[in-house]
Ligand binder design. Structure first.
Ligand SMILES: [Zn+2]
Length: 62
């Protein structure tokens, strides 16, 4: 277990926690592919990023 502050909201989160929500996974994909901040952003922020991407960039996701 490793708690670290989220790069975006500053809230401490557990970076070892597995992501289960499709929005979180989509957000992680973006963090890895585009933002380059994977592993530094909490699941909540990944989820909001992922949800936005799924809404406005449906071409990127099946
Ligand atoms: Zn956050």
């Amino acid at each position: 277990m490793k708690q670290q502050p989220c790069l975006l909201c500053g809230r401490p989160y557990d970076s070892d926690q597995p992501l289960t929500d499709p929005a979180e996974i989509a957000g992680l994909h973006l963090a890895t592919q585009e933002y380059g901040d994977a592993g530094k952003v909490c699941p909540d922020c990944l989820a909001s990023r992922g949800r936005l991407a799924m809404m406005y960039r449906s071409d990127c996701f099946d």
